[in-house]
Design a protein around this ligand. Structure first.
Ligand SMILES: NC(=O)c1ccc[n+]([C@@H]2O[C@H](COP(=O)([O-])OP(=O)(O)OC[C@H]3O[C@@H](n4cnc5c(N)ncnc54)[C@H](O)[C@@H]3O)[C@@H](O)[C@H]2O)c1
Length: 310
């Protein structure tokens, strides 16, 4: 199949491109490199079934495709804080352009949405039927609300045009190729622990997260692209092993043999208190299950940072 991956030079997108090329698909990666890195695509450069297109996803896209996986969007609070208007544009106009491309080609469209559409949830675990608790005017709104808009636009195309669509609500994912400076908790903790610097915990560390290893996530995305029963569905993808941020800090410290102290800082505004996906739909529709343990995944990231010092 011919598959367009927008945002394919980023952390998750580059793993997805590799996986799809390995399986024999023809993959086009469209990216403007605002948070992506061409080094993420090193293994694919020159491959006869891979093409990189340097372009902004907010401009019209003219390609022949069977599947569109729309991943383009800054994804970490540091990135969307710095690129807040760009984030809103790629999730609104960019989603429109990607949907138009899918509509013109009669292609299936997959939206990489986020658990952030649940905001600071009043229900735990979060099931797909939960409508969320998002502050529309807070500092995270440029991301949360534009992803909600992207979901609304995708659902509208399904209703209006009968487009084959799948919305994936992705929960915190980690793995090799996360950027050192992207401000997310896994790279922060690992880099601080390895350097023997204090591990920075925001708030009192009792807020929870669940962490999915990137290979598991990519397998879920791959299944969502090709499983007919996923069409028209909204599906959570993540790992349901919930832990507090303090527990994560302890596990990273133990894994890296670090003596780093823990340093507490004020909690950023609108930081969600709990995050844990309900995964029944992913299990039932995609026969998918996260398999990689936190320790195994963290070890791979530690190794990767060692091998990629800059
Ligand atoms: N990593 C996570 O834990 C997580 C969780 C939930 C959802 N997601 C979603 O998954 C997708 C990928 O996230 P990621 O962690 O790989 O982030 P990333 O920043 O590593 O990758 C995003 C990619 O999109 C590209 N991009 C951004 N705006 C663009 C534009 N206007 N035109 C073309 N390319 C553009 C960037 O250059 C980058 O390569 C995002 O849509 C994100 O919202 C990620």
């Amino acid at each position: 199949m011919r598959i367009l991956v927008t945002g394919g030079a980023g952390f998750i997108g580059s793993h997805l491109c590799e996986r799809l090329v390995e399986e024999g698909h023809e993959v086009m990666c469209l990216d403007n490199l605002c948070t992506g890195d061409p080094r993420n695509l090193e293994t694919l450069q020159g491959h006869p079934r891979f093409r990189f297109i340097l372009a902004d996803a907010v401009s019209p896209i003219n390609l022949t495709v069977d599947r569109v996986a729309h991943l383009a969007s800054p994804a970490s609070p540091v990135d969307y804080g710095r690129l807040s208007v760009e984030t809103m544009m790629v999730n609104s106009l960019g989603t429109y352009q990607a949907l138009e491309l899918a509509r013109k080609n009669g292609a299936r469209f997959l939206l990489a949405s986020t658990s952030e559409v649940y905001g600071d949830p009043l229900e735990t675990p979060q099931g797909e039927e939960y409508h969320g608790n998002v502050n529309p005017v807070g500092p995270r709104a440029c991301y949360d609300e534009s992803k909600r808009f992207a979901e609304a636009m995708t659902s509208t195309y399904r209703r209006l045009y009968g487009l084959e669509t799948v919305i994936l609500r992705i929960f915190n994912t980690f793995g090799p190729r996360m950027r050192r400076e992207d401000g997310r908790v896994v790279p922060n903790f690992i880099l601080q622990a390895v350097a023997g610097e204090p591990i920075t915990v925001y708030g009192d560390g009792t807020q929870t997260r669940s962490f999915c290893y990137v290979d598991d996530l990519v397998e879920g995305i791959r299944r969502a692209l090709f499983t007919d029963a996923a069409v028209g569905e909204v599906i959570n993808l993540g790992n349901d092993g919930e832990m507090t941020i303090l527990e994560l800090a302890e596990r990273v410290r133990h894994l890296t043999g670090s003596a780093s102290e823990i340093s507490f800082r004020p909690l950023p505004e609108d930081d969600p208190q709990r995050r844990r996906p309900r995964l029944e739909k992913a299990r039932e529709i995609l026969s998918w299950e996260p398999r990689v343990s936190l320790e195994e995944g963290l070890s791979k990231v530690v190794e990767w940072f060692k091998e990629h010092p800059v």
